[in-house]
Write a protein that binds this ligand. Sequence first.
Ligand code: GLN
Length: 492
Amino acid sequence: MTDLHRLSIRELSEGLAGSKFSSRELTEHYLKRIEKIDAQVQSYVTVTPEQALAQADAADALRKSGMANVLTGVPVAHKDIFCTQGIKTTAGSKMLDNFISPYDATVVAKGKVAGLVTLGKVNMDEFAMGSTSESSYFGATKNPWALDHVPGGSSGGSAAAVAADLAPFATGTDTGGSIRQPASFCGLTGLKPTYGRVSRFGMIAYASSLDQGGPMARSAEDCAYLMNVMAGHDAKDSTSMDQDVDDYVANLNGTSVKGLRIGIPKQYFNVAGLDADVKARVEESLKKLEEMGATLVEIDLNMTDAYVPTYYLIAPAEASSNLQRFDGVRYGYRCENPVDLTDLYKRSRSEGFGPEVQRRILIGTYALSAGYYDAYYVKAQKVRRLIQQDFLKAFESVDVIAAPSAPTTAYKIGANLTPVEMYLGDIYTIAVNLAGLPAINAPVGFDKDNLPVGLQLIGNYWSESQLLSVVHQYQQATDWHTKRAAIAEENA
Ligand code: GLN
């Protein structure tokens, strides 16, 4: 078959179960596409053909023995922030260019138990800090819709791999939008779960109180399959929630759009810098949801102006603390011929980290320093609580909240935004992480340059099923999620 990459996850599962094709054939098909097409997209940092084919053969054997799971033999790409035993895990950094993890992240281990075949590790902004995937030590990933544009970030490799049909779905992580924004820029569906729903064990830490892993795929249905693998309590992560997990696939029709109350925050649609096409497409998608029976309710989220300053204190503060472990001593990059210990620390860190990471370590260290801790960090934590309360108040009168995922479509590569310009692009996503809420991006059309636009739906705690279900209903009634970038049409 030449079009295996066109199949949805359900179709792949059914095809494997019905012996229409084997996992080996499917895996070889994807590996060939990666070999042919990824030089243009640069979504993978590491491709692991030998391991993938061995996993595929094991999956086929399991199928024959009648012991297979739903996803046994389906390929996946992992963001290079998830530790993979025996395979390089870089977090997009020179600091970890030589790091081979001795263990699997829980998400990766769960994927193995489910029978997923790992195609390789995909690119990302260095240590997940960024919105374009340009800060990777391994070079910029390209947007499959327009190769001179960024795929978004930090999970840009995950998004580009799926959008170019170089993986049927991929894992991502979202500290301040890194699943939703690249999904938006690449025309995909991506879910950032409630904080604590997906284990962070073995997921290289950026900002621990904000980081959360989640699925990126073409549709809500495909995301639901991966979410069934990723979600769940993990004793190895003390912030993981010991609470029953929904069957996200079984619940895809569990929420009706009829009667759904969708909150429209007044402040969000008056943000300076909101692109006219993005606004128009998002409003059209809301109109569609209204036709399907939803009620649009105007709401207030009064803390909107505080999102960017609050996040850009808390995230760098936690990052500066988390990244202390990269000291040139225990693992990772070590400078040549250090003259003493201070020189070893200084040069290993200034040579091993790129400019954006260094900038955040400086901001974070400053915010946490004795003289400024109360004025910056403690203050930001107080504002964070107000932001959370703002959302909880809104959820008293609505079921979900609608917003763009990003104020613009994908930037041009090398647009050279100043750091502050780039941070302002996170306005719609970061508050969700500060509050720990779940949110999803769904593709809802294109701008004048044929670049994808995304709608974001934010839910109350533990409402992943509801979000996936609402987007699934929308995707049954529309076809934006079926559109493919030209490069994805190419056959290997
Ligand atoms: N762009 C945001 C940042 O740079 C979010 C990144 C993320 O979610 N990992 O922090």
